[in-house]
Design a protein around this ligand. Structure first.
Ligand code: PLP
Length: 375
């Protein structure tokens, strides 16, 4: 039996999402921008899916834009800064590289940048307060960290920014990469008061290559690539209607059972964590973290350990698998939260899905026990 515990990297496409993909590809293949009947049919479907998706996450349809994934949603926001007079941006030191890779680009264009530490895994609102300056234009802190699962205090961070705005009388865009939060933690965009957020389909049993961008105030947002004016001019390019329908189907499925799944997954997480502690492994994920992510330090370099498990058909990740191309990203995040380098080098991430079973969990624990730690 394959034991797939790398769901923070990607999840398996659900049957319902696949069916929606196939059905839409077959039946509604017109271009939503065409003015003939086939195009209008596709446009209708697109807007129906937008209404469904936005109501599932508790926002207005006009605030939701489909993109090719979270990376593109993030790029849309960060690249739009290049149109404006350079100022300062503040991000956390534990951001995914889809966000952090924008820092050198912006610096090259005259922007000042600051990275907030995340001691113990969390960004401290006081650290943010200390970094705010009159020329700050954007703050970005992710909702849930992809390496440790740490749930960030977004509401409190937003409050710090809004307080500062009152004195400074200038709006600061608060962005939150919410890829690992949607469906996996209590997450309500509207109550957070953020200005923008990114989401990805393939983390919740949807297809890859589809994502969403939330914009609280779309009218003030100027994208770098409006191209053919699709997505109300916020994201050019022919809409991937089958993937959008599949994403919506996956969201419907995932979110409808979210409460029960999260409780069940939390129980499995606790079982794994206590087994790891019993085996004397260090848990790197803080207590306030996603039920779906466990980071721990093995006693071998993470690549060696993950390969040993892979040889036994157990699939986990060394650090952040979404970014194995940029080696060391997971390590950088762990160092950013104050983990010692020797532990960060040995970090392994186990990530669960809503379809993970107790049987798989027990088998994982058994194999971790058998594998030992090379001592
Ligand atoms: N942000 C976080 C926190 C992620 O975990 C990922 C995963 O890859 C991304 C962004 C990028 O998402 P996508 O693959 O949709 O571009």
């Amino acid at each position: 039996m394959d034991l797939y515990f790398d769901n923070a990297a990607t999840t398996k496409l659900s049957e319902r999402a696949l069916a929606a993909y196939i059905e839409t590809s077959r039946a509604i293949w017109g271009n939503p921008s065409s003015v003939h009947a086939k195009g209008l049919e596709a446009k209708r479907k697109l807007e129906e899916e937008r209404i469904k998706a936005s109501s599932l996450i508790g926002i207005e349809a006009g605030n939701l834009f489909f993109t090719s994934g979270a990376t593109e949603s993030i790029a849309a926001v960060f690249s739009s800064l290049l149109f404006t007079t350079p100022g300062k941006i503040i991000i956390s030191r534990i951001e995914h590289e889809a966000v952090s890779s924008w820092l050198p680009v912006l610096r090259q264009h005259g922007w000042k940048t600051a990275e907030l530490r995340a001691k113990g895994g969390f960004v401290d609102p006081d650290d943010l307060k200390a970094e705010l300056t009159p020329d700050t234009k954007l703050v970005a802190v992710m909702a849930v960290n992809n390496v440790t699962g740490a749930i960030q205090p977004i509401s409190r961070l937003v409050s710090v920014v809004r307080e500062y705005e009152k004195e400074n009388r200038r709006h600061i865009f608060f962005f939150s990469d919410s890829v690992q939060a949607l469906g996996k933690t209590d997450y309500e965009i509207e109550s957070l008061g953020i200005d923008g957020a990114s989401f990805s389909g393939h983390k919740i049993n949807g297809p890859r290559g589809i994502g969403m961008l939330y914009l609280r105030n779309p009218s003030s947002f100027r994208p770098i690539a409006p191209a053919g004016g699709q997505e109300k001019g916020k994201r050019g390019g022919t809409e991937n209607l089958p993937a959008i329908a599949a994403l919506t189907a996956a969201m419907e499925e995932w979110l409808s059972g979210q409460k029960e799944s999260n409780m069940r997954v939390q129980a499995m997480k606790e079982r794994i964590v206590s087994a790891l502690v019993e085996m004397d492994y260090d848990i790197l994920s803080p207590v306030c973290s996603s039920p779906y992510i466990i980071s721990f330090a093995s006693r071998l370099p993470s690549e060696v350990y993950t390969r040993m498990l892979s040889d036994k058909d157990v699939f986990v990740s060394s650090g952040s698998a979404c970014s194995n191309n940029a080696k060391g990203e997971g390590e950088k995040i762990l160092l950013g939260m104050g983990i010692r380098p020797e532990k960060a080098r040995n970090a392994v991430r186990i990530s669960l899905s809503n379809s993970t079973t107790e049987e798989e969990t027990e088998a994982l624990i058994r194999i971790i026990k058998e594998t030992g730690n090379g001592r």
